[in-house]
Design a protein around this ligand. Structure first.
Ligand SMILES: N[C@@H](CCC[C@H](N)C(=O)O)C(=O)O
Length: 259
């Protein structure tokens, strides 16, 4: 049987998107998901996302990395599935849906999607980096010059090295431009390469920069390889950590196909 799919991108982080409300797609077929995401032998994407029915919320998001394995939260994918739900007529301009890390609220206006992320209560500061989980694990490291870095080489060394080892982490390299503007390049676990953007990654960068005192702003703009994202947040007064965190940026349908 033919499978209809859509291709979406959010600041260049691209996804195969499938309406799986009738459970027609076999999500245990890791080889198929990997081959669909392959840029040489398939459609080509950083990940594949299924939109499924949810008992009480608007829909459920199921996310797979390009390696074919289901993974933790994808912020850009979360923004893209909101645009997809609107395209399918499931939602209007506001939504609540479930992803692997729990409930998310979002709003869409034209091609801009604002996605609420989970509160972050635990950030670990080390000499050369910060580690935190924004739905996915992120190592955040400041650098003087992002243009000269071999992101795949350095990123994979950190991702597979101690203390992360096989389970791994995503790795973000950051340069400060001003108190409200940072540049970011990200090595993504499960893609095992640099991607043009990572939503949970820029969220981690914004919180980490506030946490280590590089900025006191609570609305941060982040230049990534594929465009520009914004992250807003509030410091959690009662404890170390952040709440009311929103990831904001474009989410665009690129094409529709059939395999
Ligand atoms: N591109 C994503 C992150 C996807 C998950 C990540 N590769 C992992 O497995 O941790 C984003 O936009 O957040």
């Amino acid at each position: 049987m033919k499978q209809t799919f859509y291709k979406y991108q959010g600041t260049g982080n691209d996804f195969v998107m499938i309406d799986n409300r009738y459970l027609s797609f076999d999500k245990n077929d890791t080889k198929l998901i990997k081959s669909m995401c392959s840029r040489r032998f398939g459609i080509g994407a950083d990940g594949l996302i299924l939109l499924e029915n949810h008992e009480t919320l608007d829909f459920k998001m199921v996310y797979f990395n390009a390696d074919g394995n289901e993974s933790s939260m994808c912020g850009n994918g979360g923004r893209c599935i909101v645009a997809f739900a609107k395209f399918l007529g499931i939602i209007e301009n506001r939504t609540s849906f479930e992803a692997i890390d729990g409930l998310h609220h979002a709003e869409i206006a034209k091609t801009t999607v604002r996605l609420q992320m989970q509160d972050v209560s635990h950030l670990e500061k080390f000499d050369s980096h910060v580690f935190l989980n924004t739905g996915s694990p992120h190592h955040v490291q400041m650098e003087d010059d992002l243009t000269q870095l071999d992101i795949k080489k350095i990123g994979s060394t950190i991702r597979y090295g101690a203390p992360y080892n096989e389970a791994g982490t995503n790795v973000n390299f950051v340069t400060k431009i001003s108190d409200e503007l940072f540049s970011v390049r990200t090595y993504e676990r499960g893609v095992e390469d640099e991607t043009l953007s990572c939503g949970t990654g820029v969220t981690a960068v914004a919180l980490a920069m506030n946490h280590i005192g590089e900025t006191n702003n609570n609305l941060i703009t982040l230049n990534v390889q594929g465009g520009t994202l914004q992250v807003s947040f509030e410091k959690n007064g009662l404890s170390l950590g952040y709440k009311n965190i929103w990831l904001i940026g474009p989410a665009v349908q690129v094409f529709k196909g059939e395999i």
